[in-house]
Design a binder for this molecule. Sequence first.
Ligand code: AMP
Ligand code: GLY
Length: 431
Amino acid sequence: MKVLVIGSGGREHALVWKIAQSKLVDKIFCAPGNGGISEIAECIEIKGNDTERLLSFARKEKIDLTVVGPEAPLVLGIVDEFSNYGLKIFGPKENAAKLEESKVFAKKLMAKYNVPTADFNIFDNPDEAKKHVRRIGVPCVVKADGLAAGKGVVVAKSIEEAEKAIVSIMQEKIFGDAGNKIIIEECLEGQEVSILILTDSKAVIPLVSSQDHKRLLDGDNGPNTGGMGAYSPAPVLTEPVFKEIMKNVINRTIAGLTQESITYSGVIYAGIMLTKNGPKVLEFNVRFGDPETQSILPRLQSDLLEAIIATAEGNLSKFAKSGGFKWGKRACVSVVCASKGYPANHEAGKEIFGLEEVKKMENIVVFHAGTKRLPQSRAGKTQFVTNGGRVLGVTGLGNSIKEAIANTYKAVSRINFEGMQYRRDIGSKAL
Ligand code: AMP
Ligand code: GLY
């Protein structure tokens, strides 16, 4: 079959890499893709949010299945559009993508259906919001309602910091209309885990657990980023806690959506804080996590595409009965190598060295994010240059997290580009 993957990051490279291993696939396109993806799929120059052009491409090429990586196309209703034309596509429809598009929607749903989450209040008036912060005190968390590329959350340690966040989100509108409403919520303490599941609203199949590292610098310091690395499994997530999350978070959320006449199909990614009062939801995403996916998919021994098709067709329970996912026992670590200046701004066009050598290393795969492949040199050499903030996800497997960390950092040490920055402590929380 012909598959189209939408997106251009490390997550999409991991998806394309895994889908390419399926017996069911004949040809993969990726829109717009990146340097690394262009080695295993045909990249087409259409942006993920250009629904109209993607639709006409899929119709012209007779694409059998489209897999959406990022949230933006989902929120724009790409699944509704493709479905209207009878094209098979993996991901939630626009009404279900609200779970990520609007934190107010997600919070109200959780409150109504008793899904454990931080206590919260919703505001559409900045003065009321400031008054509330002074009343409850700090620490507190200020969140823009809408999409803000992971930058719409401020964990405020002082009243001034909280007020500044309120002003910039609601009055200066740094995220535009995404800041018309805000949430102010209780600050939770604990370790974070990412729980990803597939669902067609009738059946639920979990993926293995993982943990992201959102801060730029070692020891969880510095500004928030899109994610500087991930590992899987997350040993803090014990079996009883996992069961509790499935029951109280995942099942209640899907049942709640169903009550609201919303059929959810695709991935639900729950960001969970493991607090001393039990697991609580920080946020929902309606897609695979980035960089979590890069640390999850190398552990999958069975065919991802079969599961994706079953989800899109509403046949997930049949897939589960026929054995479901098969996971390997080995642990996986993925370290993000980022450009100088990331996350505020970033350089581009820097040559990346060492990829050929790392390709020969066992237990290592490098997922590209912000890279571009240059035309082959006369010597037949493939050259990549940086083309984004997060450049590579260097990923390694090992018999333990410790071994996976060692394998991965050995590979990282072979890779270099001007201004490259990365965290030295990815996975160390698991030790
Ligand atoms: P979100 O995009 O909602 O997941 O928030 C981004 C990050 O902010 C999370 O990964 C947490 O590290 C932090 N965060 C969000 N909500 C809270 C909360 N209620 N308490 C403490 N930290 C939070
Ligand atoms: N790893 C964070 C995210 O995918 O939103």
